[in-house]
Design a protein around this ligand. Structure first.
Ligand code: C5P
Ligand code: MG
Length: 320
């Protein structure tokens, strides 16, 4: 789906003219669609007035912070890149992907029905991971070999958020352990302002997977898990439970949100936050003809064609 076919349509006037440096590159500009420019301007003004100390960013991981296409190949999700070290079980999970992924992106399945289907998919695939066995070492190697790349502009985004002291919560229906390994392998430094809330594995002392911690997060129940993020960082016995469950304390008191996602369900990520203003950015990667109208209404800004994170960086620059 080419940008040209969009810019030649009635959406022309709704295309956001992002300020330099992208203004010099019209192909970049046409990747961005804003449904309601006045509304966006109002939200920006309100957040700017409240200041950077009021701001937090909540971002989805797969196909939002990562690219849809990586060097000409379809980018893999954290689940998809994971190789258990058993071709049998990898194949079984791939078969599930082939069945359920088309359902995930289908605009024709009612949300209640789709929610059940997604629960089944996550349940089965996590079951196969435990059943077929997985070692921590498989994770390291899978990330090394996986087809996964960060969206262009991620380094600038992480740097500006860190510089401004703005917390970033990565809220994913993928796998926390894989996300953290990707961050370790692909970033040149660590960022103390980043937390990951996602499906987290439990390992025995030999590094073998024994199960998952807490309730499963799938693409359509992020709204429910938003409240769970309010749970304390420690269990009843005072032991640390990793970075699951610390979302709320991390972002406490920050009443303005920038939300980044590629799925409509990602809009539910901010449900646990009593926010004053929220600017949402939706990355529309496929089925564009069917989804664009819905995305334009649901998200303040829509990024097409696997576009960069530049518009988010520029948004933050405008807000400070
Ligand atoms: O980070 P995010 O919330 O986007 O991660 C969820 C993604 O992982 C889904 O969009 C889904 O396509 C993918 N997935 C997968 N295999 C599974 C479960 C989810 O590839 N077993
Ligand atoms: Mg995603």
């Amino acid at each position: 789906y080419r940008a040209r076919s969009i810019t030649s349509s009635k959406m022309d006037q709704q295309t956001l003219n992002v300020k330099s440096p992208n203004i010099a590159n019209p192909s970049r500009i046409s990747n961005i669609v804003v449904g309601n420019l006045d509304e966006l301007a109002k939200k920006k003004a309100a957040i700017r007035a409240a200041g950077m100390s009021s701001l937090q960013v909540i971002a989805d991981f797969d196909m939002t912070l990562t690219k849809y296409m990586v060097e000409g190949r379809r980018g893999q999700s954290t689940h998809a890149l994971l190789s258990q070290g058993s071709t049998d079980y990898d194949r079984k999970r791939q078969e599930l992907f082939d069945i359920y992924y088309p359902m995930e992106i289908s605009p024709n399945i009612p949300v209640e029905e789709k929610t059940k289907l997604m629960e089944t998919w996550w349940g089965k695939s996590h079951g196969l991971l435990v059943e077929g066995g997985l070692n921590i070492e498989n994770i390291r190697q899978s990330v090394e070999k996986g087809t996964v790349g960060f969206r262009e502009g991620i380094a600038d985004l992480f740097e500006i958020l860190d510089g401004e002291g703005v917390p970033l919560l990565i809220f994913s229906a993928g796998l926390a352990d894989i996300i953290e390994e990707i961050l370790r392998q692909k970033l040149h430094r660590t960022f103390p302002n980043i937390r990951v809330v996602s499906n987290r594995m439990n390992f025995d002392k030999d590094g073998n997977l024994t199960g998952f911690i807490g309730k499963t997060i799938h693409v359509l129940n992020k709204n429910e898990h938003a409240l769970e993020m309010a749970a304390p960082l420690h269990d009843e016995e005072g032991h640390s439970v990793g970075s699951n469950g610390n979302g709320s304390s991390f972002i406490k008191g920050r009443k303005n949100v920038i939300l980044l996602g590629d799925h409509l369900g990602d809009l539910g990520m901010s449900d646990g936050v009593a926010y004053d203003n929220r600017i949402s950015v939706g990355f529309l990667n496929e089925n564009v003809e069917n989804w664009l109208d819905t995305y334009r209404r649901a998200f303040d800004i829509v990024v097409l064609n696997d576009g960069t994170l530049d518009c988010v960086v520029e948004l933050i620059q405008e807000l400070r």
